[in-house]
Design a protein around this ligand. Structure first.
Ligand SMILES: NC(=O)c1ccc[n+]([C@@H]2O[C@H](COP(=O)([O-])OP(=O)(O)OC[C@H]3O[C@@H](n4cnc5c(N)ncnc54)[C@H](O)[C@@H]3O)[C@@H](O)[C@H]2O)c1
Length: 498
């Protein structure tokens, strides 16, 4: 099997400009813009040369409709960079802000560091005015700033809002009247208004306040929260087809944020407040986390009962209503599902409330890598071998199939657990030639080539990348422990499904 074959699998955004619906929407926006009353200081011509420091909500809306609004995006990561490209596809001039100089330099050289984003897309964005910077003073020229910085948990499993507060401290001194500030980072309800807004108001130099109620927009900034709903690696839904939930601090902020996102997403969903929008994102992720825990627990029971959970899920999925399939696995991974629910658990304590579903789901999901460990031990035992000293190959280390994201991946825990028991662990993943230091692990491992599979006492399939040739792997292996049902349809005594 060609170990790098999946280099040819690329999940690209489709080009919205090539879509007739979006084109129609742009035409509508242009027509609407032409129909706006041409009052003094409000003509399209003046708008195009207008300083970003002098804008009313109507002027900002017009700039958005005419694709003349300058958009700053803070955090050029998995969320911020694709978002920048979506705006750029729609001819907005976008500036990406990031504290990581390496990312800034790569982008300004027309390169990319995210696997599914090609350098050609960055170069094309540059053609529409895209550039990256670490210099926050450039924010004065922006009409809207969208913040997409990380929201991890700290060592005590509590929300770490330092990236959001650092960003707020950095942008506050450059705030200008009439600017629109949108937070996208996933966080607990209240963050926008209780954490970000006070910093912006206290530390700006122009005595600006956040627009509340039915304000007139004088000496004010507009603030909203809008959660990111990207599903990395999912090519079934185009990014612009994912409805965008928006909650402004006041109706004008909601309207402006809705207008901005309406230029790249087909549908925006206004909600009554930033806290509602923050909670919406958490509900979505908690729903996933709890349902995954449920199938993980049922899988453990099915294994004891000799029932194939995958067959059960497939059968249940034929029900045309009231059932949505979730799949078991070796544990949760990624920046969202293992992390976000605990933002709410933490916040709930302030209200003297325990979120028991979240805690229970966390307990079950966290235990899954240990279940993989016991399954490997039992499988080797079946061959009269001990894990101590066994050569084990872990296949797939990304947190889910076909993506280049290692964050919180259960594979890292599985590798560490296997090593602790004395196994000689190797790994292969088409997306990662090397595993270095992460937030929790410092594995310093180099990918092995996919040859001599018979050399390993056990191959553990942790991430079911599409490009693996599973029948070949099974036929060459001595023993396969499959945590993802990747070997579905292959019948061989060497396979242990766990
Ligand atoms: N990755 C996803 O699939 C996904 C999906 C939905 C929501 N989210 C949420 O979106 C947010 C961002 O996630 P991500 O995956 O893009 O993270 P990421 O780590 O890929 O990117 C964050 C970027 O922010 C930069 N950054 C950090 N502090 C900064 C600062 N003060 N100023 C400027 N730049 C700064 C980092 O250098 C990094 O490039 C998180 O809250 C996450 O929970 C992520």
């Amino acid at each position: 099997m060609a170990s790098h074959r999946c280099c040819y699998v690329r999940a690209r955004h489709c080009n919205p400009t090539g879509d007739s619906n979006v084109r129609a929407k742009i035409e509508f926006a242009k027509t609407a813009a032409r129909k706006l009353p041409q009052t003094k200081g409000h003509s399209a011509k003046i708008m195009s040369h207008q300083s970003a420091t002098n804008r009313t909500p109507d002027q900002l809306k017009l700039k958005i409709q005419q694709r003349q609004a300058k958009i700053g995006i803070v955090g050029m990561g998995y969320v911020g960079l694709p978002l920048a490209l979506l705006f750029s596809d729609q001819k907005f001039a976008v500036t990406g802000f990031d504290i990581d100089r390496k990312k800034v330099d790569t982008l300004n050289q027309g390169g990319s560091y995210i696997y599914r984003i090609g350098a050609d897309e960055i170069k094309s964005a540059q053609g529409h005015g895209f550039s990256a910077t670490s210099d926050y003073s450039r924010m004065v020229d922006m009409d809207a700033m969208i913040i997409c910085v990380p929201t991890p948990l700290n060592q005590y499993h509590e929300p770490d809002l330092s990236f959001i507060t650092d960003t707020a401290h950095a942008i506050a001194p450059h705030l200008q009247s009439g600017q629109l500030i949108i937070l996208e980072s996933t966080t607990y309800p209240g963050t926008t208004e209780e954490v970000m807004v006070p910093i912006l108001e206290k530390e700006n130099k122009n005595n600006l306040k956040t627009a509340r109620g039915s304000s007139n927009g004088q000496n004010e900034v507009f603030v909203a929260f809008s959660p990111e709903r990207e599903d990395p690696g999912n090519t079934t839904v185009a990014r612009q087809d994912i409805p965008k939930v928006v909650g402004g601090v006041n109706p004008t902020a909601s309207e402006l944020a809705g207008a901005l996102y309406g230029s790249i997403f087909r549908r925006t969903v206004p909600v009554s407040s930033p806290a509602t929008a923050e909670m919406t994102k958490l509900l979505e992720n908690i729903y996933r986390c709890v349902n995954i825990a449920l199938v993980n627990e049922l899988k453990l029971l099915c294994l004891r009962m000799g029932i194939d959970i995958w067959e059960v899920i497939d059968a249940a999925s034929t029900k045309p209503f009231g059932f949505h399939p979730f799949y078991p696995g070796p544990g949760l991974g990624g920046h969202c599902i293992p992390v976000d629910p605990f933002y709410l658990s933490w916040k709930a304590k302030e209200w003297d409330f325990r979120t028991r579903f979240i805690e229970l789901a966390g307990e079950i999901n966290t235990n899954m890598p240990y279940h993989v460990l016991s399954s490997v031990i039992a499988a080797l035992n079946g061959q009269k071998k001990s894990l101590n000293g066994a050569r084990v190959l872990v296949l797939g280390v990304a947190y889910k199939k076909d993506i280049d994201d290692l964050r919180e991946s259960p594979a890292l825990t599985v590798i560490e657990l296997l090593q602790k028991e004395g196994a000689e662990v190797s790994y292969h993943d088409p997306y990662f030639p090397f595993i270095g230091k992460g937030r929790k692990y410092d594995l310093q491992m180099k990918r092995v080539e996919l040859n001599q599979l018979g050399h390993y006492d056990c191959i553990v399939i942790v991430t079911d990348h599409s490009d693996y040739d599973y029948p070949k792997i099974v036929s060459e292996a001595q023993l396969v422990v499959d945590t993802r049902n990747a070997t579905k349809g292959i019948s061989n005594v060497k396979i242990v499904r766990c």
